[in-house]
Design a protein around this ligand. Sequence first.
Ligand SMILES: C[S@@+](CC[C@H](N)C(=O)[O-])C[C@H]1O[C@@H](n2cnc3c(N)ncnc32)[C@H](O)[C@@H]1O
Length: 269
Amino acid sequence: MTESPHKSHGRKAIRPTLKPRALMTDTPDLVGVWKAKILTLFPTAFPGVLGESLTGKALQEGLWQLETIDLRQFGVGKHRNVDDTPAGGGAGMVLRADVLGDAIDHAMQGVTGNHPLIYLSPRGKPMDQQMMQNLARADGVTLLCGRFEGVDERVLQHYGIQEVSLGDFVMTGGEIAAQALIDATVRLIPNVLGNFASTEDESFSSGLLEHPQYTRPAEWQGRRIPDVLMSGHHGKVAEWRHEKSEEITQDRRPDLWEAYAKSKETKRS
Ligand SMILES: C[S@@+](CC[C@H](N)C(=O)[O-])C[C@H]1O[C@@H](n2cnc3c(N)ncnc32)[C@H](O)[C@@H]1O
């Protein structure tokens, strides 16, 4: 191998004027810092949107770490092939078990603690806030991004890889799903969002969708901000917001509403 297959993104001692991609250096892990390792054929897709705003700032400040591992570096032959035709025939190509095995072994070297290995896949468990909360409490995560028709099934079985989906639709690759998972997880890590309280009453945290939000101007296109929000009465504001959260959840997400009502019932009994 002529070059290192992995790149770390975002470091503490970085000049903030540089673009995130230009900040990549091969560097050791920061002890105790949540780390995402990404196995991908497109390492230049990272940090992508994760390099912007609060997640980007937190990456630069070393509140979390990102490392991409280029699957191509583990390819076979002169052309570093990573895929081959599906056994049994059919359209498209499948990522090879031996190539993925070498890449995963490389990625997992030295990984300790609670560090799940996940394959982004439309067949997987749909992402939700509870999953992100669990991942944020882990030491990090390794994400395998598929391409083409996906990956050789034996790799999933051999490593006991969890499959996680962004939703009931098919994308061309796992990179966007990986970035969605990391974004939703990293924002739950303490100090990543300036104001931690803002994750406490947002959608899903209490099992409900969030209440409506308003800001200036007080009147816009003939629509006024509800009086209660301008009253300065914190108790009444909290009550109004809770009622609205319940109304919206009941109206839009009967599944969440049923689970919420059940848990309320269990707490009472
Ligand atoms: C074209 S898809 C493969 C779809 C696969 N043949 C199937 O029907 O389930 C290529 C890759 O995109 C990623 N992908 C596509 N849709 C996804 C989703 N909804 N959630 C997560 N990853 C997805 C997966 O990594 C997958 O291996």
